[in-house]
Design a protein around this ligand. Structure first.
Ligand SMILES: C[S@@+](CC[C@H](N)C(=O)[O-])C[C@H]1O[C@@H](n2cnc3c(N)ncnc32)[C@H](O)[C@@H]1O
Length: 221
């Protein structure tokens, strides 16, 4: 039985405070930071980074930890998630521009970002092909795109073996549970989705096999 239906904004509004509490912890933040390792090598100092589905802000703020000069813009369509993100931004003094919008209709000009990321985001979206089209449109030619998504493979119990505090294990257990009700990707499915719009696509396992990182570049440089 499907408990959750993806694409329902109220669900994210309702979960915003809890999700912010659960993910504002060092292991989750370190993991968000590690997305920077997949960014293309030739980035300007003030790289423009778009974080799709920024939620309570943890992913965007963590990227800034690694790239303090970057201009990070976070998009989310949940006003409650963005309110929680504003709270974390105030607390940390981090500078992230927050924009309330649907990722399938981004309010940005073509080629206006160096990198587009999505951490735990694409699997929640009904129109994944539309979001990929928009991600590619706003990327400059040669710009990089990185998505971290739940993996269909991997053991249900893998989260127990992951190093980290109880709150991190809780976040991973819920991620596994919720993604099972919504969507998880096989590596070839995530690759296929990225290859619709991007070149040099590769997909790797992460989080003890619970997650997949998909990386690609916009054609044309
Ligand atoms: C699981 S949270 C991930 C938050 C953050 N990236 C992280 O990893 O901590 C996914 C976020 O995507 C947002 N979202 C889902 N579908 C969206 C859409 N079509 N457009 C914009 N945001 C969306 C939700 O509101 C939610 O805040």
């Amino acid at each position: 039985m499907r408990i959750f239906k993806n694409g329902e904004r109220w669900m994210f509004d309702a979960a915003a405070e809890f999700y912010g509490w659960m993910t504002w912890q060092e292991v989750w933040r370190a993991h968000c930071r590690s997305l920077v390792d997949y960014f293309p090598g030739s980035l300007p100092a003030r790289a423009r980074v778009l974080d799709l589905g920024i939620g309570p802000g943890v992913s965007g703020i963590s990227i800034l930890d690694r790239l303090p000069e970057a201009e990070v813009v976070g998009v989310d369509y949940s006003p409650r998630m963005l309110a929680v993100a504003r709270g974390f931004l105030e607390r940390t003094g981090a500078r992230v521009e927050l924009v309330e919008a649907d990722a399938a209709a981004l309010p940005f000009p073509d080629a206006s970002f160096d990198v587009v990321v999505g951490h735990s985001f694409l699997y929640l979206v009904p129109d994944q092909a539309g979001v990929m089209r928009e991600a590619a449109r706003v990327l400059r030619p040669g710009g990089g795109c990185v998505f971290l998504e739940p993996h269909e493979g991997g053991s249900h119990r893998a989260w127990m073996g992951l190093a980290g505090p109880k709150r991190f294990k809780l976040s991973m257990a819920l991620w596994r549970l919720v993604s099972g009700r919504i969507r998880r990707f096989e590596a070839r499915e995530l690759r296929g989705l990225l290859e619709r719009e991007l070149a040099e696509v590769r997909v790797e396992e992460t989080l003890g096999g619970l997650g997949l990182v998909g990386v690609g570049r916009r054609r044309g440089e």
